[in-house]
Design a protein around this ligand. Structure first.
Ligand code: NAD
Ligand code: AHE
Ligand code: ZN
Length: 374
């Protein structure tokens, strides 16, 4: 059952800051414990743009970006038992091996099995499955969903209910799940006050899930006034535009209108100044601020240590703390049963040839998620 290389189209980023180029790539067959997936749809996440732009300290080029995909298993390497040919799958940039120290700790969704090679843009055996005229192209986040065919480690993929439309549930590969997990895995949000900084797909997901678990008040914060109607549609009770507050800092304003600050805040912008405001908007003694946004190389967060001494907690989460193989099938069922929104996030659709326009859509301010039909 030794497979053959497949030639297909992929969007390749040759160097930091360059637009993607549609190229014919050769995708080698999956080796032991690897899975080759026919990618049908992929979302474009702000993190793809972050790496494309050169702001990611881990960024490597040339590379095939993309980490929010949905597809069908085309072939599997030796030893693969968790998925089979024909399965509808979602690639996982946060692997779940269930054997490493991290997986067994019960304390985190971060998995140690493939993360080091993933960060080097390589498969676990330290080689790439993508070539163009013999030149290796880097993998990205262990997923590279901007290729019609991709190869991933078996610990980095999960099968989901084939009744779920892949052009929608591909978004559970990152954004929506990240937001959902950040809220449901944070005990105490029910009945509490929440502020969400940034109303992109991630922020809207945090708003929707806070509302789902019945937070008492959900304050959306965004500099783009166009986001107010979006935030309210997803369940925000209040909307604040920090540019409309004159000399007043957003954290001071929020403390004023909430009798001392929020129980929970979330940064969904990636801006380190916003992260500080989100921490400082927390209530003295118990407020917890979660960083979800990803900051550019060289950026650092700061606040007065007194903020923490007086009982505020600063934390962060990756992929919402979700263990993909264990939890994504259930989240797909929740979507099918109407318990979790997905369709509502899709504002734009593009073909693979139009993928750069999909990146421009993201900058325009009216795009929540663009789904690319591969
Ligand atoms: P997005 O660009 O669609 O949304 C960001 C929003 O923040 C926009 O609405 C923008 O108007 C708003 N904003 C910008 N500056 C602001 C400010 N000063 N105050 C308030 N709002 C401001 O991005 P997204 O796709 O929703 O992603 C958000 C962040 O989350 C990105 O940094 C992304 O890389 C990161 N992310 C992290 C994870 C994770 O696992 N930790 C997963 C997915 C995405
Ligand atoms: N490479 C960057 C950090 C990027 C980052 O934090 N990525 C998030 C996922 S963003 C999805 O849109 C993540 O999961 N991080 C955990 C991990 O292991 O990468 C840097 O600063 O080096
Ligand atoms: Zn993402």
């Amino acid at each position: 059952t030794v497979g053959k290389p497949i030639k297909c189209k992929a969007a390749v980023c040759w160097a930091a800051g360059e637009p993607l180029k549609i190229e014919e790539v050769e995708v080698a067959p999956p080796r032991a414990n690897e899975v080759r997936i026919h990618i049908l749809y992929t979302g474009i996440c702000h993190t793809d743009e972050y790496t494309r732009s050169g702001k990611d300290p881990e960024g490597l080029f040339p590379v095939i970006l993309g980490h929010e995909g949905g597809g069908i298993v085309e072939s599997v390497g030796e030893g693969v038992t968790n998925v089979s040919v024909g399965d509808h799958v979602i690639p996982l940039y946060t692997a779940e091996c269930r054997e490493c120290k991290f997986c067994k700790s019960g304390k985190t969704n971060l998995c140690g099995k493939v993360r080091a090679t993933q960060g080097q843009g390589l498969m676990p055996d330290k080689s790439s499955r993508f070539t163009i005229n013999g030149q290796p192209i880097h993998h990205f986040m262990g997923t590279s969903t901007f290729s019609q065919y991709t190869v991933v480690a078996d610990v980095s993929v999960v099968a989901v209910n084939p009744k779920a439309p892949l052009e929608r549930v591909c978004l559970l590969g990152c954004g929506i799940t990240t937001a959902w997990g950040a809220v449901v895995k944070q005990p105490g949000i029910t009945g509490s006050t929440v502020a969400v900084f940034g109303c992109g797909a991630i922020g809207l997901g945090v708003i929707a899930t806070s509302s789902l678990v019945k937070a008492s008040r959900v304050i959306a914060v965004d500099t783009n006034p166009g986001k107010e109607s979006w935030a309210r549609k997803f369940g925000a009770t209040d909307f604040v535009n920090p540019t409309q507050l004159g000399d007043k800092k957003i954290q001071d304003y929020l403390i004023e209108i909430t009798d001392g600050g929020l129980d929970y805040t979330f940064d969904c912008t990636g801006n380190v100044h916003v992260m500080r405001a989100a921490l400082e908007a927390c209530h003295k003694g118990w407020g917890v601020s979660t960083i979800i946004g990803v900051a550019a190389a060289g950026q650092e967060i700061s606040t007065r240590p007194f903020q923490l001494v007086t009982g505020r907690t600063w934390r962060g989460s990756a992929f919402g703390g979700v263990k993909g193989r264990t939890e994504l099938p259930g989240l797909v069922e929740d979507y099918l049963q109407g318990k979790v929104k997905v369709d509502e996030y899709v504002t734009h659709s593009r073909t693979l040839e139009e993928i750069n326009a999909g990146f421009s859509d993201m900058h325009a301010g009216d795009c929540i998620r663009c789904v690319v039909d591969m």
